[in-house]
Design a protein around this ligand. Structure first.
Ligand code: HAM
Length: 430
């Protein structure tokens, strides 16, 4: 009998990993509390129409990635219903906002969530079919200030704080504005016109996108298409005065709060509900799936779902990607030995042990290799565990002059044995 395994794109998290997940979630909850957010928990499955209307029929998520099924009627009086495992949480939160008439309070609703989402994507590092998001939404009537650019800047500043407190360094905030629905329609036309004479030189996906949804051409990763994409009009030229003023106010507030960002004219995002501000925080350590999180403003979403006017802004962090980034950063900062001693041949093992004893007694952290290893293998093992490698060959033993290589600088130095302990106790790279 074949053994059963977790479904492709899903994973078990064992105790060795869940500790880090819990730490990340605890940090998020603590930061959300300081910014006065409350937790919302919406169902894991919803009416399919919610995502079709909210996220958009034409998007990749709705057109090909959703887990959707016809739910059987249990009684003759019941109808079958199309249900979908949530691919994201913003549409569910806005549905709940409408259903519970949260706008009637007249206050801004500041809601956060942590939980699983489902998309039938091609699994790879950082991309799964069940993944977890930590997200937040700020939504409310315009009278509560929900449209203010200060809300955008506050959310972005909170994200910078969140990442800092989680210990994630080296991120980049990429920022753009996709304007109002009318701005986007204008931009789509400009793109369509610019693409017409060149699209036959582009990849097949772009040829399709140029017809169905020209904005998506900007997401193309095919190298040969990039020079063409670079010549296309940019969305900032299609923004109306109000959207420009809004964006300028967001960046002014970010400057005042010391949150660094770069403008990415191609950041249009893969969900249809966005208006004005869009953003992603990326991290170089993640490889191809480099978005730690994404979000933006969605001033028309509530009305698209049949609710009152309720502008909003929010984001979702990919928790799996936060974990991957932290694991990589922690591995890079794991304490390393001061030296790895590599005997050249088994006959030098005893001499290497004597040297290791000498250095350890001098207070150094020392890893002892094995003379039976080939030199290449010793170097690989040393690079993983220590800042420097000390070669102990026949010549070194006779002359009392040892060869030390520093992995940070790549420099090789000859050091008399009597000076070795002092040499190795200096910080790496000196
Ligand atoms: P999104 O960009 O589709 O936006 O997803 C947000 C983040 O979730 C991504 O940046 C990524 O870190 C993570 N993510 C997405 N798909 C996967 C996957 N297959 N595997 C692992 N991680 C993934 C949204 O979902 C919007 N609801 C964000 C939002 C909230 N906008 C406004 N409010």
């Amino acid at each position: 009998m074949s053994t059963l395994k977790a479904v492709r794109g899903t994973r078990d998290l064992l105790p060795s990993e869940t500790a880090l997940w819990n730490r990340i979630e605890a940090t998020a909850r603590a930061v959300f509390a300081r910014y006065n957010f409350g937790e919302i928990r919406t169902p894991v499955f919803e009416d399919t129409a919610l995502f079709a209307r909210g996220v958009g029929e034409e998007t990749d998520i709705v057109s090909k990635e959703m887990y959707t099924w016809e739910d059987r009627a249990r009684a003759q009086s019941e109808k079958t219903q199309s249900l979908t495992l949530r691919p994201e949480n913003t549409a569910g939160v806005v549905r709940a906002y409408i259903e519970h008439q949260l706008g009637e309070t007249g206050q801004l609703q500041k809601l956060y969530y942590i939980g699983p989402q489902f998309r039938r994507e091609r699994p790879q590092k950082g991309r799964y079919r069940q993944f977890s998001q930590i997200g937040a939404e700020v939504i409310g009537p315009t009278s509560a200030g929900s449209e203010s650019p200060l809300r955008d800047a506050e959310v972005l500043e909170m994200l910078a704080t969140l990442l800092d407190e989680m210990g994630i360094t080296g991120w980049t905030l990429e920022l753009n504005s996709v304007g109002s629905a009318a701005d986007r329609a204008r931009y789509n036309e400009a793109l369509r016109a610019a693409l017409a004479p060149v699209v036959d030189k582009m990849c097949v996906d772009c040829q399709r996108r140029a017809v169905t949804n020209p904005l998506r051409v900007l997401d193309c990763k095919v190298a040969a298409d990039q020079p063409i994409i670079d010549t296309l009009p940019v969305i900032s030229d299609s923004l109306d005065e109000a959207s420009r003023v809004h964006f300028a106010a967001v960046t002014a507030a970010l400057d005042a709060a010391g949150v660094a960002y770069t403008r990415n004219h191609r950041l249009v995002r893969g969900l249809d509900y966005y208006t004005r501000t869009t953003f992603e925080f990326t991290h170089g350590g993640l490889g191809a799936q480099n978005a730690l999180l994404g979000g933006g403003r969605y001033d028309g979403l509530s009305e698209m779902l049949g609710g009152p006017r309720a502008p909003g802004i929010g984001f979702a962090m990919g928790e799996d990607r936060l974990v991957l980034t932290l694991q990589a950063l922690e591995a890079a900062h794991a304490p390393k030995a001061d030296a790895f001693i590599a005997p050249l041949g088994e006959g030098l093992n005893p001499a290497a042990l004597a040297l290791a004893k000498e250095l350890r007694r001098a207070g150094l952290r020392v890893e002892l290799g094995e003379g039976g290893f080939r030199l290449k293998k010793s170097f690989e093992a040393a690079d993983k565990t220590a800042r420097r490698i000390v070669i102990m060959g026949e010549d070194e033993l006779q002359s009392g002059i040892l060869t030390v290589k520093d992995f940070a600088t790549g420099l090789q130095t000859k050091v008399p044995r009597a000076e070795l302990a002092v040499f190795l106790s200096k910080p790496a790279g000196e």
